[in-house]
Design a binder for this molecule. Structure first.
Ligand code: TUI
Length: 320
């Protein structure tokens, strides 16, 4: 069940990808997701090529299942990382925060599957023409750097405009969201925040705890004025940052203020001064559990929901 062009393309059991979150998506998390039948992804973020080479090698010691590496296109090491991906035999690349256009030819020559994150229909169409294998269509519900359109509105618009398979991301953390994504025409999902709250995620316990405690409106956006919007949990730092933005503090000053904040959250567990990137779905996440339970739970819940919908359609039961 739930075999799609994505499970086929990536040679995985379930069409569930783990977001390639900077600093959070280490080889340990990625290996656990891949072992559980999804696609684990190492987030290269701003790390150097050599650090990522080591991450890839450590992951391979934990699993022989397919995995991916996410390249953050704004990283000064993006080019180096492309080289390392090609030489280490990484099967899948995802990209974020920019277009991977100039690297497509080289990655394809090395048989690397390319799946960029796109926030618009126009970029989706352009990248399809340039030869990518599939697309991760990410709505503004997501954590971290985001686009403007919601998953609900964007996914079907992209699905109607491209032939390659689409993976939905942003605002998904359970079987209901998974099924909704399939209803919109996606053939897989990617989740970030849900996997932060996994046992195997190496992020600080305080980071995970803050997501578990979060309510519906706690993940909000800073950086709209700088043209680099980021969704993260409300805390002292983001409130201060937003105040400065409203005062019109220059871009460079705001940039400088952001430096090192993600590390502070992920490694030090500073939930007041760190940048706790997380999606709108944080309010739905109430526990920390192994990746296998997360993935299998989603599949089971989706199956149950299909039965429920069928009963509703056939037996005239009322939904509610
Ligand atoms: O990339 C993300 N989310 C991210 S990247 C990131 S990096 C970082 N930030 C601060 C501190 C430390 C690390 C944090 N979160 N999601 C995927 C995504 N990609 N969202 C939006 C985009 C995107 C935007 C523009 C993709 C392509 C794009 O292309 C513009 C163009 O036309 O070239």
């Amino acid at each position: 069940m739930f075999h799609t062009r994505i499970t086929e393309l990536l040679n995985i059991k379930y069409p569930i990808l783990q977001g390639g979150m900077a600093r959070v998506a280490t080889y340990r998390l990625a290996a656990a997701v891949s072992e559980a039948g999804g696609l684990g992804i190492i987030g290269a973020g701003n790390a150097s090529g050599e650090v990522i080479r080591e991450e890839i090698r450590k992951l391979k010691k934990l699993t022989d299942k397919p995995f991916g590496v996410n390249i953050m296109m704004l990283s000064p090491y993006a080019e180096d990382i492309v080289g390392i991906i090609c030489s280490e035999g990484v099967p899948v690349v995802t990209t974020g925060a920019g277009s991977p256009g100039k690297y497509i030819e080289r990655l394809k020559k090395h048989n690397v599957k390319i799946i960029p994150v796109v926030p618009t229909v126009s970029l989706a169409k352009r990248l399809e023409r340039e030869g990518v294998d599939a697309l991760i269509v990410e709505g503004t519900e997501a954590g971290g750097h985001i686009g403007e359109l919601s998953t609900m509105a964007l996914v079907p618009q992209v699905v109607d405009e491209v032939k390659i398979p689409v993976i939905a991301a942003g605002g998904i953390a359970d079987g209901r969201g998974f099924l909704a994504a399939l209803s919109l025409g996606a053939e897989g999902i990617q989740m970030g925040t849900r996997f932060v709250c996994s046992t195997e995620c190496t992020a600080h316990q305080n980071y995970k705890g803050a997501i578990v405690k979060a309510k519906d409106r706690d993940a909000f956006v800073t950086g709209r004025s700088t043209g680099y919007p980021v969704r993260a949990l409300k805390n002292k730092f983001t409130r201060h940052f937003l105040g400065l933005e409203k005062k019109g503090v220059p871009f460079e000053e705001l940039e400088a203020l952001n430096a090192g904040r993600l590390r502070l959250a992920v490694e030090e567990g500073d939930v007041e001064q760190g940048l706790l990137m997380a999606g709108q779905i944080s309010g739905l996440i109430r526990d920390i559990k192994p990746c296998r339970e997360i993935i299998e739970g989603i599949i089971e819940e989706a199956k149950e929901n299909i039965k429920y919908l069928e009963a509703f359609l056939n037996g005239g039961k009322s939904i509610g």
